[in-house]
Design a protein around this ligand. Structure first.
Ligand SMILES: Nc1nc2c(ncn2[C@@H]2O[C@H](COP(=O)(O)OP(=O)(O)OP(=O)(O)O)[C@@H](O)[C@H]2O)c(=O)[nH]1
Ligand SMILES: [Mg+2]
Ligand SMILES: [Zn+2]
Length: 293
């Protein structure tokens, strides 16, 4: 039988085969020998045993895979951001958007807590950069129908710093989920990790993964993108690529750089370019085996 892993917890992979509930499965030893770790979102072949549990025999080829969050075969990454506590560092948005783009996954920027802070300027910046941008409030329900419409027919994953309201948004879309959400620790300005595992939920004819948020401590732990492929993962840079004076221009501080010219002309937001430079500098330290599309 084939199915999709919808949850991975305590050594079991829960496989949805489309009939009945998800089947708890163990991984076969040979997967370990192939160093293949099944991920939530993986399409897998399983054998169902007499006791109703199963074995994962093989992982079918992936469209893409992420380590932050740990998911595979994602069509859309919903980057949840907040301009209220805990405030999202735009660098995190840029990093996740570039990773999604590079892996062939559509980034959607979703500003939550719109009832508390209407971050029009920031949202406008991302809209101008060419991203689908949503403004929602899990509290009042504002923008939730638009988000639900964007999820239709796709496999999506929520990501964002802990406490931005990923689980709250899912509950707003479908109150029946009753996912646990956590109070923000005001003193620290960041949430505790409330969601502790990745799980895919059906929403209409789509699937959405709730994921644990990242904290400020692992903000530097990136999805590594090779430096020479980074500029193409910034969709607002693309119109200028190939127009620099020097071939192989890094778009950092080179003379005659068309990207830098566009920043000076106000066509590319300076903050987006700063994020690019920060990721470009990090890319120098990437080991080849860390790179996984
Ligand atoms: N005012 C307001 N509060 C919100 C909104 N969305 C979430 N919250 C609150 O923010 C806190 C954190 O929400 P969660 O849904 O647990 O955040 P999360 O992103 O799932 O966090 P992790 O699971 O730790 O990654 C809770 O106290 C929510 O009630 C919103 O749109 N408006
Ligand atoms: Mg959560
Ligand atoms: Zn350049």
């Amino acid at each position: 039988m084939t199915g999709r892993i919808v949850k991975a917890l305590s050594g079991f992979y829960y496989v949805d085969t489309g009939a009945g509930g998800p089947i708890p499965c163990r991984g076969r030893g040979k997967l370990r020998h192939q160093k293949a770790t099944p991920l939530v979102g993986d399409r897998v072949e399983i054998t169902v045993l007499e006791d109703g549990t199963g074995m994962v025999d093989a992982i079918l080829p992936r469209k893409n895979q992420f380590r932050r969050p740990m998911v595979a075969n994602i069509d859309q990454l919903i980057i949840v951001a907040s301009a209220a506590v805990p405030v999202t560092d735009p660098f995190l948005i840029d990093r996740m958007a570039a990773a999604a783009e590079w892996k062939g996954c559509e980034p959607i920027i979703c500003f939550n807590k719109w009832d508390l802070v209407r971050a029009e300027e920031l949202a406008g910046l991302y809209r101008a950069a060419g991203f689908p941008t949503l403004k929602v409030s899990a509290e009042t329900g504002e923008g939730i129908p638009e988000l639900a419409a964007a999820l239709a027919g796709k496999v999506s994953a929520f990501t964002g710093n802990t406490g931005v309201g990923k689980s709250s948004i899912l509950n707003a879309i479908q109150p029946g989920f009753a996912l646990r959400t956590g109070e923000i620790s005001e003193k620290l300005g960041r949430g505790r990790h409330t969601t502790r595992h990745v799980e895919l939920f059906p929403v209409g004819d789509g699937l959405v993964a709730d994921t644990p948020g990242f904290s400020s401590f692992d903000a530097e732990e990136a999805e590594p993108i090779p430096g020479e492929e980074l500029a193409a993962a910034f969709r607002d840079f693309r119109p200028y690529l190939g127009r620099c004076r020097f071939q192989g221009c890094a778009h950092v501080k080179e003379r005659g750089c068309a990207v830098l010219e566009a920043v000076r002309a106000g066509e590319i937001a300076p903050g987006r370019h700063r994020s690019y430079v920060r990721l470009y500098e990090q890319s120098a330290g990437i080991k080849p085996w860390e790179i996984k599309k």
